[in-house]
Design a protein around this ligand. Structure first.
Ligand code: HEC
Length: 475
């Protein structure tokens, strides 16, 4: 590894016995012979991928610059080519990443001296491109026929209740509820999709996911013909679940960075980050007026923030277990997860000013938690997903147990129960009018029910499978 070579022992020069902690302050440490051995694929690409590609890819090229390939670097952005072969001192990229306060990576800590030296050395050595296709873009393989049914990670019903979209590993599968048309498969370049959702106006289908430690990705499809309308990469890690804004112009999703990411459908509009949690944000829901977000995360917290400025309005609750799913109506926020106790939070009371009682040394903050927490019936197992109807009057809850329960959100009373479902259920969705329910199971099945009466309309494994473990029943 070249990196080892770079830690040159120069205890003598420093006049100290400690040769372990030598930093690469001196460019001369890199000999021409060493520079010629720097590999783009092994040494330079990982630096760009880790520190730059969050903002510089073909699908999200800040400053008009993509750093996907050496050819992209040579093309450069508005300022022209990023480097001149063999001439690091005349290369724009060196300007940007070195100096007192390096301009790039923007708003992030400067690259270490060793990393700057690797890039400099690579350019000095002739900027040889030894990349292979797979180092720049991991190839996501979507099998024509799966050996075993892939788990359904997320599900959504179109507002008219006629189409179901299911996330199966790297692809979205569109199922026609009312006909026997074969499911349509929409591939993505995500390693794993975590969320699919029709926009409230029915015009878009979003697919959210990414590749761990590489990038988060969002696709917007046209649900009519399955064409990709736009896609973009966000950050360095997989994105989690979330929801469309009520006006269908943006989607809010969770991130491993503890932030809710608000991603406009318009790819030219900036992504907004609301860093509210100390751990992964696993789900995000909008209030129906589009003014607030409810977020839940691995840090066990449920939070409410303002869309206008991202301000935290209330840490509504702290669970004993992670919060994997949140939902919201005009009056209540709901959060659930591994703790089987389920709570509704009355927004008006939760958000009314946190006052102080008493005076002087006796002053104490008013904790009105008891007033706004409305306990619901507990669930038989871990809750894995919740879904609401478009008017938010119904809430469906499913998880690691063989039933789906449907509640009225205003009084939190159960109105329906669908039993004998193929547990665990990863994903649950209601149609806009609350008439149909779709579920996606860990064993790869998709089922569609009528909420009232619980009639099974369709049950299938939506992708071709060589060894189906369940019999496929249609209708
Ligand atoms: C957080 C986002 C972000 C990150 C991370 C980032 N950049 Fe940038 N970069 C930008 C933006 C935005 C611009 C457009 C100019 C500006 O606003 O400063 C830009 C412009 C540039 C330009 C000038 C392009 C031109 O031709 O005008 C270069 C070169 C560049 N970035 C290199 C890098 C490198 C190399 C890294 C990683 C070490 C990096 N950037 C990381 C956001 C980022």
């Amino acid at each position: 590894m070249l990196r080892l070579l770079l830690v040159v022992q120069c205890a003598l020069a420093l006049g100290t016995m400690d040769s372990q902690h030598v930093t690469l302050a001196d460019e001369a440490l890199l000999t021409a012979e060493q520079a010629s051995r720097i590999s783009f694929r092994e040494d330079v690409w990982p630096i760009l991928n880790r520190h730059c590609r969050g903002c510089h890819t073909a699908s999200d090229a800040k400053g008009g610059l993509s750093l996907d390939t050496v050819a992209d670097m040579l093309k450069g952005g508005a300022g022209g080519p990023l480097f001149a072969q063999g001439k690091p001192d005349e290369s724009l990229v060196m300007d940007m990443i070195s100096g007192e306060v390096p301009e790039m990576p923007k708003k992030q800590p400067a690259l270490s001296v060793a990393k700057v030296q690797l890039i400099r050395g690579w350019i000095a050595g002739g900027a040889i491109d030894d990349s292979t296709e797979s180092n720049t873009e991991p190839v996501v393989v979507i099998p024509q026929t799966y050996q075993f049914a892939p788990s359904v990670t997320s599900i959504s019903l179109s507002p008219d209740g006629k189409l179901v979209a299911a996330a199966c590993r790297s692809e979205v599968v569109l199922i026609d509820v009312e006909t026997d048309a074969p499911p349509r498969r929409l591939p993505t370049a995500c390693d794993l999709l975590t969320h699919v959702e029709f926009s409230p106006d029915g015009k878009l289908l979003a697919a959210v996911g990414g590749s761990p430690s590489r990038s988060g990705e969002i696709y917007f499809f046209n649900p009519v013909d399955g064409a990709i309308i736009s896609s973009r990469r966000i950050g360095h890690d997989t994105l989690f679940r979330g929801s469309f804004s009520p006006d269908s112009t943006a989607i809010a999703v969770g991130g491993t960075d503890g932030a809710a990411h608000i991603v406009p459908v318009d790819v030219n509009a900036a992504v907004r980050l609301f860093p509210l949690h100390s751990d992964w944000v696993l789900d995000v829901a909008w209030t129906p007026d589009g003014k607030m977000l409810v977020t839940g995360g691995r840090d066990k917290a449920t939070k409410i923030c303002s869309i206008e400025d991202g301000r935290l309005l209330r840490s509504a609750d702290m669970s004993t277990e992670l919060i994997g799913s949140v939902a919201c109506t005009a009056d209540f926020a709901f959060a659930s997860g591994r703790a089987r106790t389920l709570n509704g939070y009355e927004l008006k009371i939760a958000l009314s000013g946190i006052g102080v009682t008493g005076a002087g040394n006796d002053a104490q903050p008013v904790t009105n938690r008891d007033q706004y927490v409305k306990a619901m019936e507990s669930q038989p197992g871990d809750v894995l997903d919740m879904g609401t109807s478009l008017d938010r009057k119904l809430l469906a809850i499913a998880g690691a147990y063989a039933e789906v329960r449907i509640y009225k959100t205003d009084d939190r009373q159960r109105v329906a129960l669908i039993g004998m479902v193929p547990a665990p259920i990863n994903a649950v969705a209601l149609s806009a009018d609350g008439v149909r329910l779709a579920i996606g199971s860990r064993n790869g099945q998709v089922q569609i029910y009528e909420v009232t009466g619980g009639k099974l309309l369709k049950s299938l494994i939506p992708v071709p499978v060589a060894n189906p473990r369940e019999t496929i029943v249609v209708k």
